[in-house]
Ligand binder design. Structure first.
Ligand code: ADP
Ligand code: MG
Length: 226
């Protein structure tokens, strides 16, 4: 199930913040290898450091110490411009809140990463429609965020994360804001898209029933694996 090559590797990750009271250590030497096409969950109580680790692996934040490499490339050595290009093409992100732009339709929201990547409007639209359809939302393409339910908004956010066909999808508490029925539907969708798109899937959650659906579960406490 997970015998692909290592795609993304984080080694000896430390993250700390200086406060008036001294140094606060959020991550204390965490390492994680993610293989091509594998699915894993990171489980832990609030404040454990899960989001911080996800942000560091996703190049949205930098560690105080440690290495992050992707297919042999040192991600910590890239400048902001290189990183944003890399991120936009290789990585998809889904968060607890959908972060869709209210003044744009579902379709336009999903098109944005493709347009940023340089796709022309016609191709970007075609790709966005494909993923909206994949999410079962083809008939909601022209709706604005305030005309959609929580589960629909999250499915659109997932379509947006997929539009550039990333090799890895990071999701931080993606069902944290949904009722339990909708949550299970979104969970099912993650597993289906993982199978069909052959992407690596890293989910952060404090939901034990969601986490245990993954072949691999890492548990974090106080900035370390347990
Ligand atoms: N920018 C920051 N400055 C100081 N402390 C932070 C910052 N971001 C997160 N933290 C602290 O790091 C700890 C871990 O946070 P986080 O990674 O969000 O945990 P989790 O996602 O597991 O709930 C928390 O105690 C949080 O208060
Ligand atoms: Mg978090």
């Amino acid at each position: 199930m997970s015998d692909g090559n290592i795609f993304l590797s984080a080694k000896g990750i430390h993250k700390s913040y200086s406060h008036a009271q001294g140094e606060l250590e959020i991550l204390r030497g965490v390492s994680l290898d993610i293989r091509e096409g594998e699915a894993l969950a990171i489980l832990g109580a609030s404040g454990a450091g899960k989001s911080t680790l996800l942000q560091i692996m996703g190049t949205l934040d930098k560690p105080t110490q440690g290495e992050v490499t992707c297919e042999g490339r040192d991600l910590l050595a890239m400048n902001d411009d290189e990183l944003s290009k890399f991120r936009n093409s290789e990585m998809g992100f889904v968060f607890q809140f959908h972060h869709l732009l209210g003044e744009f339709t579902a379709l336009e929201n999903v098109m944005i990463p493709a347009r940023v990547a340089g796709e022309n409007p016609k191709d970007a639209k075609e790709k966005a429609l494909h993923f909206l359809d994949f999410m079962g939302l083809a008939d909601r393409a022209e709706h604005y965020p305030n005309q959609l339910s929580g589960g629909e908004l999250q499915r659109i956010a997932i379509a947006r994360a997929l539009v550039n066909r990333p090799k890895i999808l990071f999701a931080d508490e993606p069902t944290g804001n949904l009722d339990s029925n909708t949550s299970v539907k979104i969970q099912d969708l993650f597993f289906r898209l993982k199978e069909e798109m052959k992407l690596a899937l890293v989910i952060v959650t404090h939901d034990l029933t969601f986490a245990t659906r993954f072949p691999k579960v890492y548990r974090m406490k106080d900035g370390q694996w347990i």
